[in-house]
Design a protein around this ligand. Structure first.
Ligand SMILES: Nc1ncnc2c1ncn2[C@@H]1O[C@H](COP(=O)(O)OP(=O)(O)O)[C@@H](O)[C@H]1O
Ligand SMILES: [Mg+2]
Length: 243
């Protein structure tokens, strides 16, 4: 079953009267329950692809189907409950960890029944709930941010460089957590990362985006062991030189 489908997506931005084509006809399918890792140079359009999936932005052309239904036909609240997003910085509101965790529920005029359950799930101690969010470590904040996203039990999870501000131990912990979410809840994941070894470790499929174009998409092991496209080979070689 296909959970997310991009059909010939284009997106332009206008920068001081200059029109920039950020996505130039992206088509791809994401099978339900899979993890797609998305790599590419910075500025190539990766974050823009994610932002179209929950209507933080809208495409100029083309369609994005989530569970067969075009994003603009979804009720936006329902879409955003179903399609969760988490960012590098794990942005927090002022207040405690609990204030942050209960935010999605409060936005919907509801109460979060069992905050502890979500803390447990992401490996955070219950005692941290009363702590000011800004006092948490980077790794704790990123886990709290994921917990907050998970409260809605999204069927699709969009991850934008979620570990790039973390040290290697926290990165590993957060990776394990995300893999568990994928395994236990069957969550479909689009995971943008600039860390090639992470893309290779966690992905079922990998996409290379360059200059708004999907250069290559393949099962992750094939993508890294036997890329088809010259541009993919060059990109992988270049990145590996600098590791
Ligand atoms: N709101 C915006 N207005 C104008 N240009 C933007 C906007 N958002 C992104 N861009 C441009 O779109 C391009 C792709 O950005 P982005 O999707 O963030 O790339 P990536 O995540 O791959 O680094 C970049 O050139 C960026 O400057
Ligand atoms: Mg980005």
């Amino acid at each position: 079953m296909i959970e997310v489908e991009f059909i010939n997506i284009s997106k332009t931005f206008k920068n001081q009267n200059k029109v920039v084509h950020v996505l130039k006809g992206i088509s791809a399918k994401v099978p339900k329950g899979s993890i797609v890792t998305i790599i590419g140079p910075s500025g190539s359009g990766k974050s823009t692809i994610l932002s179209l999936c929950n209507l933080l932005r809208t495409p100029d052309e083309g369609e994005i189907l989530i569970r067969g239904k075009e994003v603009r036909e979804w009720d936006i609240q329902e879409l955003r409950r179903n399609v969760g997003i988490a960012f590098q910085s794990g942005p927090m509101i002022h207040g405690t960890a609990l204030d942050n965790l209960t935010l999605p529920a409060r936005l919907q005029g509801k109460e979060l029944e069992d905050p502890k359950k979500y803390m447990d799930f992401v490996g955070l101690q219950e005692e941290l709930l009363t702590r000011e969010a800004k006092e948490l470590s980077g790794g704790q904040r990123q886990r709290l941010s994921l917990a907050r996203t998970l409260v809605n039990e999204p069927v699709v999870l969009l991850l934008d460089e979620v570990t790039s501000a973390l040290d290697s131990i926290s990165t590993h912990e957060v990776e394990k957590l995300i893999l568990r979410i994928n395994r236990e809840q069957g969550t479909t994941i689009l995971w943008v990362t600039h860390d090639l070894s992470q893309a290779e470790r966690v992905g079922n499929y990998t996409w290379l985006v360059m200059d708004g174009t999907l250069i290559e998409e393949a099962p992750t092991n094939l993508f890294f062991s036997n890329p088809r496209e010259e541009k993919t080979k060059n990109f992988l070689d270049l990145k590996r030189e600098y590791v």
